[in-house]
Design a protein around this ligand. Structure first.
Ligand code: ZN
Length: 176
């Protein structure tokens, strides 16, 4: 039996995806640890590369980043899922790159989204330790996509023109 069954994913248009998520104050709370495990399972079941707590109807500042090679980004690094609590972008480089993004909350569509190529971030890990890291390329893109979810935005809000949107039927394309 799965102790952390997949959670229902909020779809675009739902109010919870438009809210600013709340800062998490009790980092070692057991319900938070359970939510992290459920988020990871939900993301893996959906074959995603990231997921944010508001996507499963928890308006809290928490997301998972889990890069792995995929059809869009064959050179993406393989990483264990990392829970990032109260994450923030500390700084970013000047370079902005447009590339395709999908989202578990926006089925059937992908879009070309401009993101910073290099970012410096801070977050608390699931053990309550403050982490300070630099991310580039695909991982930086996932981080910025998930951070948007905590601020009430989806990638559609960042797409610059209708020409930058595409219908997708290939379910192997990764969302987050
Ligand atoms: Zn998303």
């Amino acid at each position: 039996m799965n102790a952390h069954p997949s959670l229902k994913i909020a779809q675009v248009g739902h109010a919870i995806l438009q809210q600013t998520a709340q800062t998490i104050t009790n980092l070692t709370d057991s319900t938070l640890q359970q939510l992290i495990d459920s988020l990871i399972n939900t993301m893996m079941d959906a074959n995603g590369v990231g997921i944010a707590a508001p996507q499963v109807f928890h308006s809290q500042r928490l997301f998972i980043v889990a890069s792995h090679p995929n059809p869009r980004y064959p050179n993406a690094p393989m990483m264990e899922p990392i829970a990032m609590i109260n994450p923030r972008m500390v700084s970013h480089g000047l370079e902005v790159v447009k590339d395709w993004e999908g989202c578990l909350s926006v089925p059937g569509v992908r879009g070309l989204v401009p993101r910073y190529q290099k970012i410096t971030v801070e977050y608390c890990d699931r053990h309550g330790q403050l982490q300070h890291q630099e991310f580039t390329d695909f991982v930086a893109r996932i981080f910025q996509h998930e951070l948007d979810h905590l601020n009430g935005l989806v990638f559609l809000d960042r797409v610059e023109s209708p020409q930058d949107l595409q219908k997708i039927t290939d379910q192997s394309i990764q969302g987050h």
